[in-house]
Design a protein around this ligand. Structure first.
Ligand code: FAD
Ligand code: DHB
Length: 389
């Protein structure tokens, strides 16, 4: 088989890139290790920057997002028993949209199917060959049979545990990593959200986040120990702990119910450089991870997709390789800014095991500065709604 581009990974990065390329008449096969239902069963990000919304529009898949997504003009920061508001719309002119990654992925799968674009599920043993030469190819097995696809380019969109990054030789690849001494325990429940905006809470007992998917679907997170398992947390224990971390009036309004999903995610900052090796390009979690505080993971994947998409269109349409040659440099410049924001915002809101009384005072001063200083609020808002591509 032959395809102009082979995309490894059918998560949001791979699907979005595939759909954008398809609309430009560039053929791209997507290889996904799991089934469609498995991918759609993963509950992940919930807040979309305008940049991602624009890309969904360009990919022709934004109708449902515009119908069902919730436009949020600001967010709440809870601290010391109260809350303050940061008004994105007033500070930057731009809101964010609450619409789950699951829905983004579903819309993209549906569009691929409708367009007759090829997605091959349940592939194993994917190997990228000759990425540093002129004629790369990808081999994989499916239902026990070996296959080969020859191509011009490979997009490695296979997430943090994928094989694409590992294909880049160690003497070329440089990795930067920070792990955090806690995780996030998240639940989804069919209950109305406690507040119309998201609430990011700093409390003596650790971080909490009140988010949502729709008027009767709430997503809540609390900071937990890395050694915790979901089985350690009954729903009642989760709700009790969440209430303790919220201002009393908010806790009182919290509507609880059975969880329909419960998971623990470790927190990590990670970047690999470069994001291109020959004809292989890394996109999204395959190249970088942010701690989830600030919802930058999916949005940073989207900005990579935009740079690569533009570069590939420039290559095929104008016979100009400038965009793909500068892909890694452009993507990394924005990636590191998202890494900085997510790292800073995580530091602002979590309890760390060895925080000294001085460290705690610095954290308090940092939050007070954000509450009281408009320039700081504007810088926060610009990062939260998404830095320009
Ligand atoms: P992924 O979504 O990881 O997709 C990669 C795809 O590649 C997967 O479908 C995988 O099955 C497939 N794949 C892997 N290996 C292979 C292979 N060898 N061959 C073929 N296919 C392969 N971000 C936020 O902003 N907010 C959040 O609350 C949030 N929560 C998260 C919770 C968890 C547990 C995780 C892991 C991430 C979370 N993120 C969150 C981050 C966000 O979901 C990611 O940034 C986003 O999914 C990145 O999309 P991606 O397509 O690059 O990678
Ligand atoms: C969600 C996750 C985040 O990491 C975040 O900062 C905001 C919202 C969510 O899953 O809804």
């Amino acid at each position: 088989m032959r395809s102009q581009v082979v995309i490894i990974g059918g998560g949001p990065s791979g699907l979005l890139l595939g759909q954008l390329l398809h609309r430009q008449g560039i053929e791209a096969v997507v290889l996904e290790r799991k089934t469609r239902d498995y991918v759609l069963g993963r509950i992940r990000a919930g807040v979309l920057e305008t940049g991602l919304v624009r890309l969904m529009e360009e990919a022709g898949v934004a109708d449902r997002l515009h119908r069902e997504g919730y436009v949020h003009d600001g967010t709440q920061i809870a601290w010391e028993g109260g809350m303050f508001h940061i008004d994105f719309k007033q500070l930057t002119g731009t809101p964010v949209v609450v619409y789950g990654q699951t829905e983004v992925t579903r819309d993209l799968y549906d569009a691929r199917e409708a367009a007759g674009a090829r997605t091959i599920f349940q592939v194993d043993d994917v190997v990228i060959h000759d990425a540093d030469g002129d004629r790369p190819y990808v081999t994989y097995t499916s239902a026990g049979q070996g296959h080969r696809i020859d191509c011009d380019f490979v997009a490695g969109c296979d997430g943090f545990h994928g094989i694409s990054r590992q294909t880049i030789p160690l003497d070329v690849r440089r990795e930067y990593e920070k792990t955090y001494p806690f995780g996030w325990l998240g639940i989804l429940s069919e209950t109305p959200p406690v507040h119309e905006e998201l609430i990011y809470a700093n409390s003596d007992r650790g971080f909490a986040l009140c988010s949502m998917r729709n008027a009767n679907l709430s997503r809540y997170y609390i900071q937990c120990a890395l050694s915790d398992h979901t089985s350690d947390w009954t729903d009642a224990a989760f709700w009790d702990e969440l209430r303790r971390r919220l201002p009393a009036d908010v806790a009182e309004r919290l509507v609880t119910g059975p969880s329909i999903e419960k998971s623990i995610a470790p927190l990590r900052s990670f970047v690999t450089e470069p994001m291109r090796w020959g004809r292989l390009f890394l996109c999204g979690d395959a190249a970088h991870i942010v701690p989830p505080t600030g919802a930058k993971g999916l949005n940073t994947a989207a900005s990579d997709v935009q740079y690569l998409y533009n570069g590939l269109v420039q290559y095929y349409r104008d016979k100009d390789s400038e965009g793909i040659d500068r892909y890694s440099e452009r993507a990394l410049l924005r990636v590191w800014k998202a890494e900085r924001f997510s790292w800073w915002f995580s530091g602002l809101l979590h309890r760390y095991p060895h925080q000294s009384p001085f460290d705690l005072k610095m954290q308090k001063a940092d939050i007070a500065f954000l509450r009281d200083n408009e320039s700081q609020q504007r810088a926060f808002a610009e990062n939260y709604v998404g830095l320009p591509y």
